[in-house]
Design a protein around this ligand. Sequence first.
Ligand SMILES: [Zn+2]
Length: 284
Amino acid sequence: MAYIKVKELLRHATDHHYGVAAINVFSYESACWAVRAAEQEHVPIIIQLYPGFDPHIACRHVASFALDMAEKASVPVAVHLDHSASYEIAVAGIRDGFPSVMIDGSSLPFDENVAVTRKTIEVARIFGVDVEAELGHVGSGSRAEDITDTSKYTSIEEAVEFVRQTGCDSLAVAVGNAHGVYVQVPHLDLDRIKALRAALDIPLVLHGCSDIPDESIQASVNLGMSKFNIATEIDRAFYQSVRRTINMEEEKGSLFRLMNEIEAPVTEFIRGKLRLLNPNRYRV
Ligand SMILES: [Zn+2]
């Protein structure tokens, strides 16, 4: 139980037909409550950090407390560094203690993406760290063309070649998904997910899972997608819980009390996501 490697967890998820929520955390509470939600649902979970948050909360601090939470958890918990936009950021994440990192070379030409992914994996292997890569470009949900432009979607032939040349442990794919708030409802290319699953023997990752319709998420799980990155909706669940709970008339309010009061609604929101990703009701 407790701490598990991302690679091992995703393989287990693939074999047992459930999706793993990779919750983007931004504070001690967000990590702690994600782990509690997983314990209450009796399913594994991934705690991950976007390295761009480093000025707000140091990557090494998050690696440290997330790993500590994982070791003490009653369910398998993995820890991962999300979107490293460069080799340097990915290697800094390894230095900071992340047992799994993403190297995102997806905005580069194919050969350069292969090169930066291989270079990152060379270092990662020395430290026994897992590496997620990305092929096809997952853009921003704020731009309609990033959602609908199929030329940015992951090509099956290129994906096979990319995995062969890099040896990455998991692959983030572009199949109609995008980051942040969507300007229009995204429609996942389920046929492409099915084809990618059939063509590759490593776990697949879906970024930008916030606000994708539930039916599409569950269909993706049933087609063998394994890791589901959720950031925007978690941040929003915190915001909405604070908004519903805070008493604007109270001048001598307590932030500590407020945080305690929003734990239940935020945790319940995460539990809902865990249930959504577990249509076949796997339990630890
Ligand atoms: Zn992403």
